[in-house]
Design a protein around this ligand. Structure first.
Ligand SMILES: C[S@@+](CC[C@H](N)C(=O)[O-])C[C@H]1O[C@@H](n2cnc3c(N)ncnc32)[C@H](O)[C@@H]1O
Length: 356
């Protein structure tokens, strides 16, 4: 009996530690958001060991606030503590938190903070079943997604270059569409690199498209345009040589219709290049993914939320478009060849090349 009680107490203590760990994580995440927003990681990058006073001098911010933030970041193991009140951002910390060209750049993950109003809306979704579109999250979300998916998108030219003769065709001039382009980073990168090709990005979010159009105007590119449009409504005129869907099929309310429309918009020899979150048809595999808690959280807040934002939405969610389903759904949409591509450089996505 006593042994049983001891076991129960130990189990409760261990469970409480787990829960406290998540509460700690929530607060550390908010501190990272502040650090990112205030430019503190960037300010510390390359500065070696420093004090709060030196950081205050460098940033023009208040020393006492910076000191408490530095202590918390040191407690979280994100900033090195060098004795007394001396701190440093390590080279690894700088790579992950300040270097946007690094595939492991993660500061963008802390950009979007879900507002209390959005959380209330989501509690209501658990009763109504209806979620909210990406656009309903506002500009901060579109910007956060751009920063979150940016490192993967920067790898795109490398990945497309591994597909037979695609670089040569892009250099010679082809017609490319990015469906569900969000704030348009992929098209912007490719349009700069391949001036002979024509690039169109489409997304149902006017907020994201406005951001994309502003960046395109600033870049002064004449081979790039963006428009507000849904995948399902693509004109069925077989005009594109290459279509991309980057981390968005699982967000769509009607992915079957979307894939069928993409098939109809591609030339007979065209290519559909799909990136979607690494996942499996087996729940056991998904639960074993070390970042599964993050991915399921993103799903309820954004991806499944979007995929259920209309009645009868498919609701696939972040881990829902797995390789088995991708092959089945693309075949049902009329594609005849399906290939999973092996791109180890991207830790988050699976890649597929699909042909009519
Ligand atoms: C996670 S974001 C990805 C954005 C961008 N492709 C990237 O990788 O940064 C998913 C995008 O899918 C878009 N989306 C949702 N439903 C869609 C639909 N039916 N047709 C096209 N895009 C859609 C959303 O508006 C959102 O911008």
């Amino acid at each position: 009996m006593t042994n049983q009680n001891n076991h129960q107490i130990e189990a409760i203590e261990a469970f409480a530690q787990t829960v406290l760990g998540y509460s700690s994580g929530q607060h550390v995440a908010l501190m990272m958001h502040l650090g990112d927003r205030l430019g503190l990681y960037t300010a510390m990058q390359g500065q070696g060991v420093l004090t709060a006073a030196a950081l205050a001098e460098h940033t023009g911010l208040q020393e006492r606030w910076l000191l408490e933030w530095l202590r918390g970041q040191a407690a979280a193991g994100l900033i090195e503590h060098h004795g007394q009140e001396y701190f440093a951002l390590s080279p690894a910390g700088a790579a992950v938190l300040t270097d946007e060209s690094n595939p492991f750049y993660l500061a963008g993950f802390f950009h979007s903070i879900v507002s209390p109003e959005t959380l209330t809306r989501i509690t209501e979704s658990f009763s109504s079943g209806l979620g909210m579109s990406y656009d309903a999250h506002g500009a901060n979300c579109a910007c956060g997604i751009k920063r979150m998916t940016g490192p993967g998108i920067k790898l795109l030219p490398l990945f497309l270059g591994r597909i037979d003769e695609l670089t040569e065709r892009l250099e010679a001039g082809i017609n490319v569409i990015d469906i569900g382009c969000g704030a348009g980073l992929a098209m912007l990168e490719l349009a700069k690199r391949y001036p002979q090709s024509t690039f169109l990005g489409c997304d149902p979010s006017p907020t994201a498209i406005e951001m994309a159009q502003a960046d395109a105007r600033q870049a002064g590119l004449s081979n790039l345009s963006f428009e507000v449009a849904r995948a399902e409504n693509l004109p069925q005129t077989a005009q594109y040589d290459l279509a991309l869907t980057l981390d968005c099929i699982h967000d769509m309310t009607f992915p079957h219709h979307a894939l069928r429309a993409i098939r109809g918009a591609l030339k007979p020899e065209g290519l559909l290049f799909i990136a979607d979150i690494k996942s499996s048809a087996r729940i056991e595999d998904n639960l074993a993914n070390p970042i599964a808690p993050l991915l399921y959280g993103l799903s309820v807040l954004y991806c499944m939320n979007s995929a259920l934002s209309e009645p009868n939405g498919a609701g696939l969610g972040t881990l829902g478009f797995n390789p088995t389903l991708a092959q089945k759904m693309t075949a049902e949409a009329g594609f005849t060849r399906f290939e999973q591509l092996d791109f180890e450089e991207d830790p988050f996505n699976n890649y597929y090349l699909v042909r009519p």
